[in-house]
Design a protein around this ligand. Structure first.
Ligand SMILES: Nc1ncnc2c1ncn2[C@@H]1O[C@H](COP(=O)(O)OP(=O)(O)OP(=O)(O)O)[C@@H](O)[C@H]1O
Ligand SMILES: [Mg+2]
Length: 466
């Protein structure tokens, strides 16, 4: 089971909610400021109008003092909305209170003809104050006076609140709508993924063909990865099937021989007979070992063929061939074969050393095994323009040209005319050589050996550039 750390839908919703809440709060703060400003502008104009109406009713009495006859409408236009209350005062020249609420805060600094507004408190309530400076004329001189009108701020606050609430409600509806859209969209968008899951779940375990479901472009990469994984899995499975099939088939003969020899040794009447059975049994075990080794190698190549991903390192074929030839010199000596190496300098190719080692071993062992006593076997590496050429030649009986194509097939052996059972191998050597060569861009060719005798197996690899 994969770990489900979070749900895509949940994550998207969380992102959406958090971001809209942050942006929404900022928008609401701005709306609030704007609402306060709007409410003040509207109400201030009325407040100033009422102050002006009062100012127009200020007259100079006969004794030179100021008199006011507060017009009813001046205050009436203020008590419009809500339960706001209105206060006023009129002050004559410097500090002389004329009429109104004497404790009403007055505005200190006047700015010429225009009204001045301030926020203040009166009788424990917040108020908005407007003050206006005018002067009444006696004909000879003019007497300056200040009209101050104030009102409580209930109506303004209500207006601000209404605007704010309305905005908040709209915002909430928007967030809710967006959340529903995201929920539905995610459900729809995920549908191809569910279908993909179903399609894979319905497959039978042997079905490893690539997924060809239509998927959203974001998931294409994932599906491609899964597909290439399935291809690799398929070739690994094929290699495994090949291996088990071949192994059970090819091991049957040596195992039967071992059983026969064991039975013979059990019935042996003399030590000599028993020894002979043991020797034959041992040969059969060696044969079985060789078969297993070759089959494992084959499986490894089958798997490597489809999974070659990393770039290969440079390998000096001349050095490797010389080393492996040297390893075989004692064995060749025992078989009466003169094994030698020819080649100078380095011969770089891009290949995997272990596999190339197996390739060399197969060719050299073939030559030693089939060329016969007294034969001369030469391993040669030469760099030729853009290629590196490897020859393994012998002057033994060789393979007749018409048999050469067959020699490259798996499980072909006994091509020199000997009985198949007489061959030490199982006919996998040359196919292995060919496949390994193919993995690294090389090509195997079989030709006559020196002087038209024997066999020359050659492989041409592309020269590895640094
Ligand atoms: N240098 C050679 N000279 C003559 N005949 C050869 C030579 N190399 C291969 N052959 C013939 O080709 C056959 C196939 O060789 P190959 O290497 O593929 O298989 P093998 O040697 O029989 O078994 P294995 O290599 O898997 O142990 C051999 O059985 C042999 O008859
Ligand atoms: Mg062989």
């Amino acid at each position: 089971m994969p770990r489900t750390a979070y749900s895509l839908r949940g994550r998207l919703l969380a992102w959406l909610l958090i971001s809209t809440l942050v942006i929404g709060s900022l928008a609401l703060i701005d709306t609030y400021r704007e609402a306060v400003k709007t409410a003040n502008t509207v109400s201030d104009r009325v407040l100033a109008g009422s102050a002006l109406a009062i100012a127009e009713r200020v007259v100079v009495a006969e004794d030179g003092s100021l008199e006011v006859d507060i017009p009813y409408v001046a205050l009436e236009m203020l008590t419009s909305a809500a339960q706001d209350r209105v206060f006023y005062r009129v002050d004559g020249p410097p500090g002389r209170f004329i009429t109104g609420y004497q404790t009403l805060p007055s505005v200190g600094d006047m700015k010429g003809q225009s009204a001045v507004f301030v926020d203040a408190a009166f009788r424990g309530e917040p108020i908005r104050v407007a003050a206006l400076e005018r002067s009444a004329s006696t004909g000879i001189n003019s007497v300056p006076f200040i009209v101050t009108v104030a009102e409580t701020t209930i109506a303004r606050r209500q207006l601000t609140q209404a605007i704010l609430l309305r905005s908040a409600f709209r915002l909430l509806m928007m967030i809710l709508g967006a959340a529903i859209i995201v929920w539905v969209a995610v459900t729809f968008s995920l549908r191809p993924l569910y279908r993909l899951g179903d399609a894979i779940a319905e497959r039978n375990p042997d079905d490893l063909h690539p997924i060809d479901q239509t998927v959203p472009s974001e998931v294409e990469g994932l599906v491609e990865t899964v597909n290439s994984f399935m291809v690799r899995l398929q070739s690994a499975l094929d290699a495994l099937r090949h291996f088990t099939g071949n192994a059970s088939h090819q091991l049957r003969t040596p195992l039967a021989i071992i059983r026969t020899q064991l039975a013979l040794s059990a019935r042996a009447t003399s030590l000599e007979e028993a020894r002979q059975a043991a020797r034959k049994g041992d040969e059969a075990v060696a044969h079985a070992e060789r078969i297993l080794a070759q089959l494992l190698l084959m499986a490894k190549i089958d798997a490597a063929g489809s999974t070659q991903a990393q770039p290969l390192a440079l390998l000096d074929l001349a050095a490797l061939a010389q080393e492996i030839t040297a390893d075989h010199v004692p064995g060749a000596g025992d078989a009466g074969v003169d094994l030698g190496f020819e080649g100078e300098g380095s011969a770089p190719i891009r290949a995997q050393p272990l596999l190339i080692g197996e390739l060399l071993r197969n060719l050299i062992e073939n030559a030693i095994a089939y060329a016969g006593r007294g034969a001369i076997v030469t391993v040669r590496v030469a760099v030729d323009d853009q290629f590196v050429r490897l020859d393994v030649e012998d002057n033994g009986p060789g393979i007749a040209p018409e048999n050469r194509p067959a020699a490259r097939q798996r499980f072909a052996r006994g091509l020199r005319g000997e009985a198949p059972g007489a061959s030490p191998g199982m006919g996998l050597g040359l196919p292995i050589v060919e496949e390994i060569a193919g993995l690294f861009g090389g090509q195997l060719s079989l030709a006559d050996g020196p002087g038209g005798r024997g066999l020359k197996a050659s492989i041409v690899f592309p020269l590895g550039s640094p």
